[in-house]
Design a protein around this ligand. Sequence first.
Ligand code: PMV
Length: 293
Amino acid sequence: MTAQFYATAEANPNLALIKYWGKRLEPPIIAPLNNNVSVTLDEQLRTRTSVLFSDNLKRDEILINGKLMKTAEELEKAVPQLDAARALAKTNMRAKVASATLTPLAGGLAGSAAGLCALAAACNEALNLKLSQKELSILCRRGSGSACRSVYGGFVEWLAGTHADGSDSYAVQWFDEKYWEEFRTVIAMVSRKEKKTKSRAGQKHTVKTSTLYQQRLKDIGTRIEALKNAVKDKDITKVAEIAMRDSNSLHAVCLDTWPPIFYLNDTSKEIVYAIHDFNENEIKAGYSFDAGP
Ligand code: PMV
């Protein structure tokens, strides 16, 4: 008889307020050089992923929005995550994955975070792994680092950890999605073009070549502490300023990378000016750009 295990799961993208940029442990483990914090978005950009593990399959097959992934680059995130799930379940069964997402891919809108989080949750269920939230976040980051934060709603921190096997690098929830319901995220999709430098390659170049990056790492501890207090106090002025400064710091180290990386375009810069104009007398809103415009 053929063994077959099937499940479907959903996850939402997240937007980093304190960015993850630079890896302490390279794939397939993936742990960041700095703790980082995000807010999980609601269902409007949700990803739904189904996985089927079967004895009958010869190789892993991954479809995203109906398109079969073929190149090593397209498979580099999902396959290591499937391998990690197989190792936990002690099985060699190959998998068929079908993922549907409303998030433009490789556009810097955390599409892979939602996709890889949904895949980890589907594997957990299909293979009956019975993972805790912490263990699930560890499985998520085997595919895409930032995916580990999508395990929770609300404000979430991904701990860098220090262990060589990455076992102490996982996501923790600061406050759930109900804590501060007036806090709103508005996603401005200014381009549907795929980014020129994928974040994995970009991070590597920055760590290797940017001297400014060392300063960024030094600043982040205090910034996270300040953000935690500001979220606790529901202080939008402080939260928005910290998020804007951290986003600017990320794009500054990208520019300081050699050769430089640009993720922002002219429309992004217009958004920056518009928000600062809007905030002229008091900060009421902020912006934050991931690895895309
Ligand atoms: O998880 P990755 O490899 O797609 O990297 C994400 C990096 C940023 O989106 C720029 C920042 C972050 O913390 O999400």
